[in-house]
Ligand binder design. Structure first.
Ligand code: PBE
Length: 306
């Protein structure tokens, strides 16, 4: 028996302290639980990254990312860019989790201003990319004015995204928006056409890919070439076919090579058989992206294997 009131008081304080610590303990337990359930986003989205076309460079890189980050059980759902954007919009409208393949230039980060790139500490998606122009061998000799213009074509990420956004928001055809852009940007056009002489109906074929980014650049350059008197054809093909067509000389030039990572494999396959005219755009970027309300997912490393 404790007869000493001081000791009894100490005991009561001690018991209260134990209760208090227990309460704190259960508090931090439930925090851990909350974290567990929010980071287990994989289960909620069926371990699926919503991707785009099977042939796209970003699809190949995303498969590599799954491997390099040890995301066993995860898969890239391949469909189309349009389908991915619809799924992204639906998810955002319902505040549901989603992981998508994301890139710039594209309007997705403007339209969905709560979209964030996931950090990529392993560097699977590489650093900044460039979009490069390629010409077939012999183009410089055969069609020097077209070659010069294409070689001098270069613009910014904002230029390209502006056209893409305008087209997507207002439901206008990219070709139409691109024409208008050429009219509104005489200074840039003057730089590209410096020293380029007018021709009379010389035909030129631009081989492109079906993405809006490349539809924008191809249509802008086609419009300027047309103004210089060229007869321009734009042929959209699968990315692998694009490189092959320039290497074989089936097409004259392309503005659609994303390097050094995205189209690396195709580039290497045909590298000896085309002329690299350098970047027409700097600062392109690719990666995985999620809506900002997925607060605990900030890095690819925050995704967990199945
Ligand atoms: N993209 C847009 C393409 C190139 C243009 C990034 C989706 C890709 O090959 O991944």
């Amino acid at each position: 028996m404790l007869k000493n009131p001081k000791k009894q008081l100490t005991l009561v304080i001690g018991m209260l302290l134990v209760l208090f610590l227990a309460a704190c303990g259960s508090g931090s337990d439930s925090e851990e639980n909350a974290e567990d359930s929010s980071t287990n986003v994989g289960e909620e989205i069926d371990y699926t990254i919503t991707g785009i076309e099977p042939g796209a460079g970003i699809t190949v890189t995303t498969e590599k990312a799954i491997e390099e980050y040890g995301l066993d059980g995860w898969q890239v759902e391949q469909s189309s860019t349009a389908a991915m954007l619809t799924e992204l919009e639906d998810a955002i409208n319902n505040e549901e989790p989603i992981v998508v393949t994301g890139w710039n230039p594209h309007y997705m980060f403007t339209k969905f201003d709560n979209l964030k790139y996931l950090e990529d500490p392993k560097g699977t998606y590489g650093e900044e990319e460039q979009i490069k122009s390629l010409a077939r061998k012999g183009l410089e000799e055969d069609k020097p004015n077209a070659y010069k213009l294409i070689d001098q074509f270069n613009w910014t990420l904002e230029d390209m995204e502006g056209i893409m956004y305008e087209s997507a928001e207002n439901g206008k055809d990219i070709a139409e928006v691109s024409k208008q852009w050429v009219e509104d940007n005489p200074d840039k056009v003057a730089e590209w056409t410096e020293g380029v002489e007018d021709v009379d109906g010389v035909s030129i074929e631009l081989v492109s890919t079906p993405w809006d980014s490349e539809r924008a650049s191809a249509n802008v350059v086609a419009e300027v070439l047309t103004q210089k008197g060229f007869e321009v054809t734009i042929t959209p093909v699968d990315i692998a076919v694009m490189f092959e067509a320039i290497a074989n000389g089936d097409g004259d030039a392309s503005l659609a090579a994303w390097m050094p990572r995205t189209h690396e494999e195709f580039y290497k396959d045909f590298e000896d058989n085309f002329v690299d005219l350098g970047a027409n755009l700097d600062g392109a970027k690719l990666g995985l992206a999620v809506p900002e309300y997925m607060e605990d997912i900030n890095s690819i490393e925050d995704l967990e294997a199945k």
